[in-house]
Every structure is written in structure tokens, then in C-alpha cells.
Design a protein around this ligand. Structure first.
Ligand SMILES: Nc1ccn([C@@H]2O[C@H](COP(=O)(O)OP(=O)(O)OP(=O)(O)O)[C@@H](O)[C@H]2O)c(=O)n1
Ligand SMILES: C[C@](O)(CO)[C@H](O)COP(=O)(O)O
Length: 400
């Protein structure tokens, strides 16, 4: 289960509007409504806990009801600092929650796909945050306003929210910070203090935090510009890449024949360390290849017992997460199975659905086909089955 804490209990002092900036209008709705809608649009988030100032709880509850989110959204009173608000929210979340995600109510332009990516990264790395490379030169300055140091920009990233963590880990980090009276400006800094490495996931320059009055103007302009592919592409350095995968497994008796995650009745099955799903192996190699991330042997070595008999569909999901973490989305997959027997046509639709659903793709983005070799070669002699796959992926576009 994934719970998202949405922080909305601030006062908006730097905005200087005299009331909470997350309740200020942006386009047709208050800032907080944009944020809640974006988080609710991420299918990987199961429920939300929203922090609200004691005297704004009713206002926040009514926004939640207006959005029809009351079944999945709880409201909790905030504290004097962002960190204390989150501490209150944590007390409503079960000890064994898989992932707890924290997102600023004041970041209304978050792309639901980026929420998905940071959750996927947290599942793999325990702790993950969205971030973008800084654009300005950053210097440290002393109390007399003299520069004391110029930091090396290539190593500097501006940290955003959402930030996602294994549930127990975030609770432990908050507990330690409380005991030691440490006050951080983000959640990852609390986790860093207990010695856990935090993984960076490429964020977006659109994901601004509404803090001062000009931020509202910028957010309004970005909202009006919508999901302009040109702007988003420019911001996230769009690039399309292709990959190829090829695999062969020997046919043998006493094994199941599994292709595209579908068990196919046959006299023979494929030999292998995992379930030997030759089609999914070719697709995974193509995906990793397109992202220049090696191959399945590197990520899931057959010398490792945890992959003995492993489901290739489960490993395909891991490959998807690896690509998400690197900021890639999959455009399309085309694959061919080379098998003399059995006849595979009746099983193609089920294979197509399996691949598309695990990779969060539409059925029309995946094409699986099969051919015989007219009796020629190892496939023709029914000694083995081969599969070829080509894929294209894109980085830096929210179009898919
Ligand atoms: N005690 C607090 C302080 C902040 N927040 C929330 O945390 C997010 C980030 O905080 P910030 O931008 O600092 O908001 P404010 O505290 O409202 O702004 P300011 O610091 O200018 O007063 C905001 O969504 C804010 O509502 C919160 O839930 N509880
Ligand atoms: C968590 C955060 O949004 C990461 O950039 C930021 O640190 C919040 O700071 P704030 O002063 O509470 O706005």
C-alpha cells in the first residue's frame, strides 16, 4: 500500500497574502485542488493524508468532498513547522505501510507520471526524491553578506517533492529527528541522518513550489500552456531511443511452455534458470538496451538463486521500474517468436495484454507475432524457440 501525505498546514508568510497560499486560486481551482487531483490521478497511490491548520480543517475537508476524494483522503491537524505537520500525519499511517510519499500541497503542477516514477524508485532503493539540476550558480554567504564559497554547480540538484520512502524507514527517521530535536527542510534529510542513501529521480522544472507572489504568475502561465510538448521536451531534454533483444531457449520434456506470461499446452517446455519465457527475455533485453543499461544477465544473474524459477512477468515489472527511475517511458514494442510448434495464434491476445498491462502501456503500443522457419534450422527442427524484440523509448516527454 502507498499513502501520500499532502502538506497544506502552512501560513504562506512569504506569499504575504495574509492567508494560506494553498487555498489561493490558480486557474479555475485553489492551488491545493490541483495538487490533490494530480496525486489522486496517480493509480499507484492508495490513500492520502492531508495536513491542515486547525482553523482550516473544515475548508480543506470541503475541497476534498468537492473533488469526490473523501473515501481516500483523511485530514489531520498540522503543527508549527512542516516537519511537525508530517509527524502528525505519520501517526495515522500503519506501521507496516509499504511506501509513504510526502508531497507539498504547494506544488500543484506535479505530473502524476513523476509520482509513479518516484514510488517505483523508492520500491527499489528505499528512499527517492525528485530533483532537477540547478540553473544558477550557488554561493555560500556569511552574516555580513560576503561570499564565503562558490559551490561546484555540476554536483548541485534542487530537491523537490514528492519524496518517497519505505514506510518503516520514514517513521524511524522522524522518530530519531524528534528525539534529537533535529529540524530539516525536507524529509530526505531526516532519512540521510540515519545513514540511508537517497536516490535522485529526474523531476521537472514545471514542478515549482508556490512560495512568493511571482510563483503564482509562473504557475498560471505553465497551467495555461498545459502539457506543451515543446516546453516539456526542452525542460527534460527529450530523446527517443531504440533497443533490440534476442533470446533462444532449448525445448525439453518435463517443463512448462510459458510465452509472454501465458502457459501454453504443449508436449515440451523451455529449459532455463527462470521460467524460460524467451519472449519476455527478448523484450527485457531490448528495453534495457534502449536505455543503455546492459542486459537481463547483468540485472538478474542466473548465478543468483533468487531468480531460480522466477516469473519473467515479475522481472519485466522490475525492468519497467528501472526505466521509469531513469526517466524513460516506453513508446512501442514489436516482437516475433520463432517456433515451429505449437500454433501460437490463439495465445497472442493474452500475451499482448500481459505485456501491455505490466508495462503500463495501451494494447495498441504492443505487437507480438510468431513465425515458423519452414522446418529450417534449430527452430525448424523443434530443438528450441527464439524471440526477437524491438522497442522504442522516450525520455523527457509527458505525452505518453
Ligand atoms: N507547519 C507547516 C508548514 C508548512 N506546511 C506545508 O508544507 C508545504 C511547504 O511549506 P512552505 O512552502 O514553507 O509553506 P508555508 O509554511 O505556508 O510558507 P511560508 O514558509 O512562506 O510561511 C506547504 O504546502 C505548506 O502548506 C505544513 O503542512 N505545515
Ligand atoms: C520539501 C521542499 O519542498 C524540498 O524542496 C522544501 O524544502 C520545503 O521547504 P519550505 O521552506 O517548507 O517551503
Amino acid at each position: 500500500m502507498v499513502t501520500a501525505i499532502i502538506t497544506a498546514a502552512g501560513q504562506g508568510r512569504r506569499m504575504g497574502a495574509g492567508f494560506n497560499k494553498v487555498l489561493m486560486p490558480l486557474g479555475e481551482h485553489p492551488v491545493l485542488v490541483h495538487t490533490l487531483s494530480a496525486v489522486a490521478a496517480c493509480a499507484d497511490v492508495n490513500r492520502m493524508v492531508v495536513t491542515a491548520a486547525a482553523d482550516e480543517i473544515e475548508a480543506v475537508k470541503s475541497l476534498i468532498v468537492r473533488q469526490g476524494l473523501q473515501a481516500v483522503c483523511q485530514v489531520v491537524a498540522g503543527g508549527n513547522e512542516r516537519q511537525y505537520s508530517i509527524d502528525n500525519a505519520l501517526s495515522l499511517i500503519p506501521e507496516d505501510e509499504d511506501i509513504i510519499l510526502v508531497h507539498d500541497g504547494a506544488r500543484p503542477l506535479i505530473d502524476p507520471q513523476l509520482i509513479k516514477e518516484v514510488i517505483a524508485a523508492a520500491l527499489v532503493y528505499q528512499a527517492a526524491v525528485l530533483a532537477v539540476p540547478v540553473k544558477d550558480t550557488i554561493k555560500t554567504v556569511n552574516n555580513e553578506k560576503y561570499v564565503t564559497d562558490t559551490l561546484e554547480r555540476s554536483k548541485l540538484w534542487a530537491i523537490q517533492t514528492p519524496q518517497a520512502f519505505h514506510g518503516r524507514l520514514l517513521k524511524e527517521a522522524y522518530c530519531k529527528a524528534k528525539q534529537e530535536e533535529y529540524l530539516g527542510t525536507d524529509d530526505a534529510s531526516l532519512v540521510e541522518r540515519i545513514g540511508i542513501p537517497v536516490k535522485i529521480v529526474a523531476g521537472s522544472y514545471r514542478n515549482i513550489k508556490i512560495t512568493t507572489p511571482e510563483d503564482l504568475i509562473v504557475a498560471d502561465a505553465l497551467l495555461n500552456a498545459g502539457q506543451s510538448p515543446k516546453k516539456e521536451a526542452h525542460n527534460r531534454m527529450q530523446s527517443v531511443r531504440v533497443g533490440i533483444g534476442y533470446d533462444v531457449h532449448r525445448l525439453t520434456t518435463g517443463r512448462k511452455l510459458i510465452l509472454g506470461g501465458v502457459e501454453i499446452p504443449h508436449t515440451h517446455g523451455l529449459e532455463g534458470h527462470s521460467d524460460a519465457d524467451v519472449l519476455l527475455h527478448a523484450i527485457k533485453d531490448a528495453l534495457l538496451g534502449a536505455a543503455a543499461l546492459g542486459d537481463i544477465g547483468r540485472h538478474f544473474p542466473d548465478s543468483d538463486d533468487q531468480y531460480k524459477g522466477a516469473s519473467s512477468l515479475a522481472l519485466l515489472e522490475k525492468v519497467r521500474n528501472i526505466l521509469f527511475i531513469e526517466g524513460y517511458r516506453i513508446i512501442n514494442i514489436d516482437a516475433t517468436i520463432v517456433a515451429q510448434q505449437p500454433k501460437l495464434a490463439p495465445y497472442m491476445p493474452a500475451m499482448n495484454i500481459n505485456v501491455a498491462s505490466v508495462l503500463n502501456m495501451g494494447a495498441g503500443q504492443v505487437n507480438i507475432k510468431a513465425t515458423t522457419t519452414e522446418g529450417l534450422g534449430f527452430a525448424g527442427r523443434r530443438e528450441g524457440i527464439a524471440a526477437y524484440a524491438t522497442v522504442s523509448i522516450i525520455r523527457g516527454s509527458s505525452l505518453l
